[in-house]
Design a protein around this ligand. Structure first.
Ligand SMILES: [Zn+2]
Length: 195
């Protein structure tokens, strides 16, 4: 059934599908439910392969389905069993709070982390898997995660927010520490990041 979906199903830059806008979901069919299951399998498999990172969310485009579907992990702690909440057609209806900076990575951008500004509070509207509209506020890290995922549904990646910021790019060392990347050598003219 879902056997084919695993961490290798996750597409990465320079795949141009990541730059495309995903389509809205109409009726929530069995295919959409299967897509959500496949997304969960992909991130669970990916997490198993990593010691220092935990996947907090994924957008459907990242397993190459251009549909406005994201999953967000209920508990961001590595030690607990992973459970995800699917959000269909997620929208940010209001940006609130102030701009805050924090580190961000993305399964679709290998080896690069960024120090990215995001709104500290947002109001979100989405549909759940039963087709019911849900509305909620998100603050702090959850707010950041949802802004990152909604960006994915619009073909935007975190690096696009920091494109011209030489100090904002990092890589994760084998020890699990973030180290600044040489912007001029590795980032500025990267054929992988910017097409
Ligand atoms: Zn991402």
């Amino acid at each position: 059934m879902n056997m084919a979906t695993n961490k290798d199903s996750i597409i990465t830059l320079p795949n141009l599908h990541l730059r495309k806008r995903s389509k809205r979901v109409g009726i929530i069919t069995d295919n959409i439910k299967k897509l959500v299951e496949d997304m969960e399998l992909a991130v669970i498999d990916w997490d198993k392969s990593r010691d220092h990172e935990v996947t907090v969310a994924l957008a459907a485009v990242q397993i190459d389905h251009l549909l406005r579907v994201v999953i967000v992990r209920d508990d961001f702690d590595h030690g607990t069993p992973a459970k995800y909440t699917p959000l269909i057609n997620p929208e940010i209806v209001k940006y609130e709070g102030k701009m805050e900076y924090d580190y961000e990575g993305c399964l679709s951008i290998r080896s690069v982390y960024g120090y990215v500004p995001r709104y500290s509070k947002i109001r979100v509207k989405a549909t759940d898997l039963e087709g019911k509209i849900v509305r909620f506020s998100a603050t702090g890290f959850l707010s950041r995660v949802i802004q990152h995922e909604v960006d994915h549904t619009n073909g935007i990646l975190f690096v696009d927010h920091i494109k011209d910021a030489p100090d904002a790019f990092y890589e994760l060392t084998a020890k699990g520490e973030l180290e600044a990347l040489d912007y001029d050598k590795k980032i500025k003219n990267s054929r992988i990041l910017w097409q």
